[in-house]
Write a protein that binds this ligand. Sequence first.
Ligand code: ASP
Ligand code: MG
Length: 418
Amino acid sequence: MKVYKFGGASVRNADGVRNLHKIIGDEQHLFVIVSAMGKTTNALERVFGAMQRADRAAAAEEIAALRDYHAAIVADLWHGPVRLERVETLFAELERTAAEAVFRAEDAELWYDRIVAYGELLSTTIVSEYLNHAGLRNRWIDMRRCFLTEQRHKDAAVDIEASTPLLRSAVAGADATVFVGQGFIGAAPDGTTTTLGREGSDYSAAVAAHILDAESMAVWKDVDGVLNADPKIFSDAVKIAELNYLDTIELAYSGAQIIHPKTIKPLQNKNIPLYVRPFGDKRKPGTVIRAVSAPVDVPILILKRDQVLLTIRSRDFSFVLEEKFGSIFSLLERFRIKTNLIHNSAVNLSLCVDDSWHIDEAIAALREAGFDVMKSGDMELLTIRGYTDELWRRYARGPQVFVRQATQSTVRVVRRRG
Ligand code: ASP
Ligand code: MG
């Protein structure tokens, strides 16, 4: 079995879906993971936001726009307007949920997952039906029945052991050898839908590859492979031909948007190679990520946006802040704040963290626990691996730099957004 993953950008329109068909070609024994089409997840987040504000009209309007968007793709694929029963059912459910939900603030994340999961349910339904229509027999897999996650919403991890028999039996004895399943979603032990964190479809594909003992996994993207920098931010980015698992985790953690950080572990555990390949040209080799690779010979620049810098000091001025590390980090963990850089002195702890829903609650709790906390928003974290003097001069200096950490090869800079 191989696993292919197609992201939202690859299936954002009918041409993308036709191209997916072309890429699958006559491949057999294939598990295909698909994300929501285009920017659907963002739109569903707005539906959720409207529900949260009890603005039913706004929710209905967003859903109507999504209905039109998906209908246009279907009409283009089938060369005329058709009603796909299963797509209609999904929209009817979504509309009903948005209109009738009795929203309680403490259930926000439960509702979030329930709503945003429709993106992948819709995309996979359309892709699977289209492939069947085009003569490529396949089976649609409901990943809510195959991925049992922890009882946690919005950023759940898959319980691989418990999911193994579920996914294996879903593909066993099927009359097809090509399977189409949703990225990003699963279900908790209480049966409610969970999501695996934004951009979590890569992780879904990796877990599926792990469980199915896949020979390889490929992520089809709108770039030539893994680049040494985001071409939208740094000009003259170049492709890296080979990477190892460890470097890839470092890159993903630093914010490189190649692959979701959780993706590597399930693959590494079973030594499954990961190919990052250009969606537009099947002949190009892309990048291969595996246990051992040739060393990377270009500097790598990674910019992580939406950061907040917290400067924490204990109010009694106790000098050995280390003693307090345990309580600070367990508090941050409670609010699921992701820490990306840690810098400490005798009395100060500076943390560069992802901006999130819960940041202000976390700060309030830290203050309650006896710390002074200063928050600077609008930050970004730049990591340069293999920096040169020139890159140092250009990026690691200047008044906008708040924190700088360097080793022989890597420099990380927290700076005010430029
Ligand atoms: N559709 C989800 C998102 O946009 C998951 C994914 O694309 O990987 O975050
Ligand atoms: Mg997406």
